[in-house]
Design a protein around this ligand. Sequence first.
Ligand SMILES: Nc1ncnc2c1ncn2[C@@H]1O[C@H](COP(=O)(O)OP(=O)(O)OP(=O)(O)O)[C@@H](O)[C@H]1O
Ligand SMILES: [Mg+2]
Length: 576
Amino acid sequence: MGIIISTLNKSDTLYQDYIESIEIIDDVIRDDNDINTLIPTIVKNVIEIFKCERCWIIYPCDPKASTWQAVCDEAISPLIPKFEINVDHPTTTSVSDYFKKHIESAEPLVSLSHETLNVPGGAHFIQPRRSQLSIAIKPKSGEGWLIAIEQCHFERSWEEIEQKLFKHISKRINDALNNIFYAKELTKSKDNLNSLLKKLPDLILELDIDANIISSNKPLKNNRPNLNYRSHISEALSVSQIEELDFAIKKIKSREEEKITFELPLVPVNANEIHILSHLIMPIRKSGKVIGFLLIVTDVTEQRRSQDALTRLNNSLERRIGLEVDISRQKDHLMFQQSRLASMGEMIGNIAHQWRQPLSSLSAIIQNIRHKSDRDKLNREFLENITEDALKIASQMSDTIDDFRNFFEPSKAKERFNVNKAIEDTLELLMPTLLNNDIKTINNQNINIDILGYKNELSQTVLNIFSNAKDIIIEKVQRSRIIMIEISLSKNNRHVVISIQDNGGGIPENIIDNIFDPYFTTKEQGKGTGIGLYMSKQIIETNMKGNILVKNSTFEHEKIIYKGAQFTIELPLTLR
Ligand SMILES: Nc1ncnc2c1ncn2[C@@H]1O[C@H](COP(=O)(O)OP(=O)(O)OP(=O)(O)O)[C@@H](O)[C@H]1O
Ligand SMILES: [Mg+2]
């Protein structure tokens, strides 16, 4: 024929035939959604349309698949050999090539009887005088299909118009396959969604604009369609729910709110405990217009119950923690007092010692006055001189008291102070006791530095450490009693490091981890409370954000190696 469809005249019978053929296929497709019946009907109609002897469809048309199957094979005579249906055939190299050629071609492929046909089925199907027209159908999902029509008993050259029609029909089949596939997918996901919605514990209602129930995810007791919820009270909603809903719907309709949630306590039928139901209502819109509502009712009783329990627990925990914190604060305060009193007692010893000498000077002065008076030698000049001396001594004594008083005044706010000076002042207060006990202090100050903190608290800590060192030295060391103090910078220059080391022999390893515990002491009753180091740790670590550490170590002094405890205080070098 050699005619191209676009060149056909509309009145041409060929054109009419063409259109009719397509319509036949369209009708078949429209009437059948089941692929199992659709395909044989198509195949039969194709044989009719092309007046050929055989038509078959195979799947998958995949050069890489290991097997293929004939889905349908129809012939006009039983003498014409056919494929076995739905039986796996191996994809041989020649079949794979045949599939590949089809996949790559958009046009139908023509094989004439004088050519050797390389087609599925192998040699068995190679007959003289068999002409074939075949094309791959490539649906959107899954592998391709292959459809072929054959003329078996005589040679047939496939006209261009026939090839066009064949291609056209294959496209229609492709569309049908796609549609069936999508419809299947759609039903599947719809089913999934429905079963999912059914499984939800919530009640989901779709309402129309007049609040009639259109659909629900759970069957309602009297499942009548288009039931106005007002007549549905006993099964879907209660009176109070409906009142709240009326109010919510009004608000949404007047566009005051986009969605509304409310909770209601309810006693469900056949249950005597109260349930808390949460309601979420929101509009369903179509082209911006509200056409109905979605109402989701959730039982939140358990949630609320555990939330309440949690809040109660939190509150009582908070109260208990607050109480504990108060108690421990009071305890700490008490300990501070005790510890202060203890060192005060020690300091009174120091004051007494420091006063001994000026006191004896004063009594000497008084004796001198009496002596002069006895001998009538008390003149004005002598009296003036001696009074001046006495006043000087008295003022020195008063200074000593002031020094101690200052020392025991707790620092109120953080202040900038010189670390070296603070330590020197402390050592000065301690000096009489140390000298009395023949303890030598070696003071190595490698830096001179100011920090921000509590000066008197630091002094108290140094005092506690010195006092412990003094105790152990007096107990254990007869000759060469030494305490060495060093002030330096940490390696990263971020801390000032104060190290206090004694030669008392060290702290036994089995207690070294406990010495900072409150009330831990190895001293006999009346001599130690076990608060000193606990307080020191609180001061350094909590109040001044530093560290206090202890270890046993050795040091060398005048070519002799000494062993003892080494306390290290690290304080951050901040001035703000
Ligand atoms: N330099 C040291 N050498 C050896 N042991 C020490 C040293 N410093 C502290 N200890 C040990 O640590 C314990 C706890 O010291 P801490 O200062 O806390 O209490 P305490 O000295 O016993 O009593 P107080 O509360 O009166 O100071 C001491 O009893 C002692 O056993
Ligand atoms: Mg102590």
